[in-house]
Design a protein around this ligand. Structure first.
Ligand SMILES: Nc1ncnc2c1ncn2[C@@H]1O[C@H](COP(=O)(O)OP(=O)(O)OP(=O)(O)O)[C@@H](O)[C@H]1O
Length: 480
């Protein structure tokens, strides 16, 4: 690319931004225009790079008029805008699509210009095909260390993975076994190792295979009488990555075959990396000799990410999609989805879809509505009794004291909290809330609610207590 045209592009785009900024609100500007990178300008055509296809479609649908206006102003009526889309968060770009904003649509749909998914290599043990096929193509190039967020939940696995990636077959982490429950990043991590090796040591034959696929290949090899070729093929691999080994459980003959391949590779200093949904000691139906080999190297677990890691993961994913969401909303999402990372990704996708369909920004209200379907199933109905139960049990006060006349501090505070919760969660009038506390009048309830509201603003401990109480009802408390 010519440096002058790049400089010009930046200047033209800066002018466009100035114009656009005047026409739209701050948040929309931040979300949809700041992530755009001007690439070059030539023949009255400005090329810009956008982070995703979703992003491109959104611009098309919502901001075409402001873009047209800006292009008219900077490049004239015949000015064109050319989009280049980063494919799936990776660094490969689609060929740019040129069209005249806004009338002429791209003649080739954007999706059609994407690089097709690599086809799986169905019969890897046909040795004649070895040279002609991209054998490690089932590694997803988007699974990298760079976009794998580190936290206490995965630190050991990640560092061991990186060590293995830098020196495959040489460290004592052989085999490396990553285990943990669904959607916590096992596949991402083991594929990141494969991608790293593939990119840094191009002479190495890296093979990623799921255990299910391995089993099917084995069965086909039996059927076709090609067992020897099957084993020989696997024995040539430099780095064998095998996902979901728990799938081998109970499959005696497949395990037998895997055992021989494993031994051969290990003895030849080749690297073996595995993942499993449970720890080796819990892998019932697996031969002992295989299990003991699994423990030769390093076994590391991945756990559910804690709150801070969830925030970091959400931020990374949003950033990769070029989406801007307020911190408050990210915090709400991180509080609400604490099951696994796949679910978090699912929520982001649904949020983007809702935002796109309803033509609006992703704000707190949209996040709440979108999550409702997911969270609502878990939410318990909050009643006067459930509040009284939660408060008495949390503060360890008895019910009679809570409802009675006591003015002791240990009772007054929980009582005020209970009143506050009733105001928050029920539709009861203040008078009825007072009724549940020995017939106190509505001004006492107002005072309690005000006192707790102020404390929530000023005292972190009270805020923490309130968050814990919300959990009694499977609710997430979001600070305003
Ligand atoms: N620490 C992380 N940082 C960034 N993305 C993550 C992280 N952990 C998981 N993910 C993402 O979450 C999704 C699910 O992860 P992955 O498929 O690796 O889970 P898994 O543990 O292999 O699940 P399963 O047992 O169901 O196969 C992937 O898109 C992955 O990129």
């Amino acid at each position: 690319m010519h440096p002058t045209s790049q400089l010009q592009a930046r200047q033209v785009w800066a002018k466009c931004l100035e114009i656009i900024h005047k026409d739209i609100n701050e948040q929309s500007f931040k979300t949809w225009f700041e992530p755009i990178v001007p690439l070059n300008v030539a023949n009255q055509t400005l090329s810009i790079q956008v982070p995703s296809q979703f992003f491109y479609e959104w611009l098309e649908e919502n901001y075409i008029h402001v873009l047209r206006k800006a292009i008219d102003y900077t490049l004239g009526k015949n000015g064109m805008l050319e989009y280049s889309i980063i494919v799936d968060k990776g660094d490969k770009k689609n060929p740019p699509i040129a069209y005249n904003v806004p009338n002429q649509k791209p003649t080739v749909p954007v999706a059609a210009q994407r690089k097709p998914e690599p086809t799986l290599y169905e019969s890897p043990f046909q040795l004649k095909d070895l040279d002609s096929l991209e054998l490690d193509s089932y590694l997803n190039p988007h699974y990298t260390f760079d976009n794998f967020v580190e936290g206490d939940c995965n630190r050991l696995g990640r560092s061991a993975g990186l060590a293995v990636a830098q020196r495959p077959g040489v460290t004592s982490f052989n085999p490396l076994m990553i285990y943990g429950s669904v959607g916590l990043g096992k596949t991402h991590l083991i594929q990141a190792i494969g991608n790293y090796i593939k990119n840094t040591q191009t002479n190495k034959f890296v093979l990623y295979v799921t255990s299910e696929k391995f089993c099917n290949q084995f069965i086909n090899a039996i059927k076709n009488n090609t067992l020897q070729a099957f084993s020989n093929f696997y024995m040539q691999v430099d780095v064998l990555i095998i996902d979901d080994v728990q799938f081998l459980a109970g499959k005696e003959r497949t395990q037998e075959s895997f055992f021989h391949i494993f031994n051969h590779l290990h003895q030849s200093g080749k690297q073996i990396i595995m993942s499993s949904d449970r720890a080796p000691r819990e892998l019932a139906g697996m031969q002992d000799r295989l299990l003991s080999r699994f423990k030769w190297g390093l076994t590391a677990d991945v756990q559910q990410p804690d709150f801070e890691t969830r925030i970091a993961i959400l931020q990374k994913k949003l950033q990769a999609d070029g989406i801007y969401i307020e911190d408050k909303v990210i915090e709400y999402l991180a509080h609400s989805i604490d099951t696994n990372v796949r679910e978090m990704e699912g929520v982001i996708v649904s949020l983007m879809a809702h935002a796109s369909l309803n033509r609006r920004e992703i704000d707190m209200e949209l996040a709440r509505t979108t999550l409702k379907n997911i969270v609502v199933d878990n939410e318990k109905e909050v009643t006067v009794d459930s509040i009284l139960d939660a408060v008495t049990s949390h503060f360890d006060v008895n019910m009679a004291d809570l409802k009675g006349k006591s003015r002791k501090k240990e009772t007054v505070f929980p009582r005020q909290i209970a009143m506050y919760l009733m105001k928050e969660f029920t539709n009861l009038p203040l008078k009825s809330i007072g009724y549940h506390f020995g017939g106190r009048d509505h001004s006492t309830v107002i005072h309690a609610v005000q006192t707790i509201s102020i404390m929530l603003e000023t005292d972190k401990e009270v805020e923490k207590t309130m968050q814990k109480l919300y959990k009694y009802f499977n609710r997430v408390r979001v600070k305003n």
